[in-house]
Write a protein that binds this ligand. Structure first.
Ligand SMILES: O=C(O)C(=O)C[C@]1(C(=O)O)C=C[C@@H](O)C=C1
Length: 116
């Protein structure tokens, strides 16, 4: 087998390098937006976690999750994004949120030790 070695970025046409740079700028902007949106989402879910802990509600709500997944899969399909990926992504975020909710509930329970 005599495969050609891969090029380095310096080997390619300047127009191609400029296109790659432009696309990477868009990717950086999108990544920044994703981080900011996730930060806002976690601010909201932290409040949900405190509310649930105060009212002794379970951390997870599987019915709500089912609705969210159905909705997100539909949105993904409409946006030409793989619905399987969208579902995995949402499940990944929700798993982290549930971990936070459980930590909040156990802190709250610690603060009321000996009261029940
Ligand atoms: O809506 C809730 O009850 C939440 O706790 C938020 C959230 C979510 O991250 O969207 C997280 C856990 C639940 O199982 C369902 C949804």
């Amino acid at each position: 087998m005599s495969e050609q070695p891969l090029n380095t970025i310096g080997d390619v046409d300047p127009a191609v390098r400029a296109e790659l740079t432009g696309l990477r700028q868009s990717i950086d902007n999108i990544d920044a937006a994703v981080v900011h949106m996730l930060a806002e989402r976690f601010k909201a879910t932290q409040r949900v976690g405190r509310l649930k802990a105060e009212h002794r509600l379970p951390a997870a709500d599987p019915n709500r999750e089912r609705d969210q997944i159905e909705r997100l899969r539909d949105l993904a399909a409409g946006a030409h994004l793989d619905p399987v990926f969208a579902e995995k992504f949402l499940n990944f975020i929700i798993a982290e949120v549930i971990r936070h909710h459980e930590a909040i509930a156990s802190d709250a329970a610690g603060g009321h030790e000996g009261q029940n």
